[in-house]
Design a protein around this ligand. Sequence first.
Ligand SMILES: [Zn+2]
Length: 279
Amino acid sequence: MRALPASALVVCGLIASACGGTGTGGAAAGQAAPATSAEQTAEQTPSEQTPAKQSPPDAKPMEGKVVVIDPGHNGGNYRDPAAVNRKVNVLTKWKPCDTTGTQTNSGYTEAAFSFDVSKRLVKILESRGATVKLTRTSNDGVGPCITQRAAIGNKARADAAISIHGDGAAPANHGFHVIMPKKINGPVDKVVGASSRLGIDVRNAFAKGTGLPYSTYIGRNALDYRNDLGGLNLSTVPKIFIECGNMRNAAEAAKFQDPGFRQKIALALANGLQHYLET
Ligand SMILES: [Zn+2]
């Protein structure tokens, strides 16, 4: 922006009478007018101003935001049924501490799918400046319990939390859906509204980014509200679940088994989270 002297010189070159300067008061007064007009022209040039003003905020649009990602289930859950089936209180009922999750017909597990998408999502969010925490950091362990998965988001004081899943419905069913909490006369009540906004943002970004249709079998326009999920009932931060599609549907299973498509899913989720956190 300090191009002013050069611009002023050009102006002076063209308007010799104003810049000739013979040392009189009149010449000095005449000099002020072209300099001011040159400065205004420079200030208003969009090509000079836009990059300087926009690049710093755009580099890390999620700076200062905390996101907790919960990859559903765990690859080792089948090894410890006693621990996984232990009943825990989710305020509206008692449920197993965790479950093994579903898998595609060819044996690609929901736990592996959700963990892979989550790792991809961590990378994207961190590159955008967010602080990200996972509820589990490997796919060969057991748990944690759904109560603990919620507690991790609460303890991190997450600005947004998301639990990633693939559904195991009848083979003809397809499409994705987002699950948001309902009021239950509990601590989650205060984040039900924010979770709903988060869910709609992620629904929109997921549909746009993956091209997958809204669920043909659950919810309305890919939005479902539930009061029986521990991961939602026990959350005191805005939180949603996403069922990315039906792993028992052949077409969706094929997509989920493609690393390129999982990257697409992660990018879409990142865009939805970012949109929510920016508005
Ligand atoms: Zn699941």
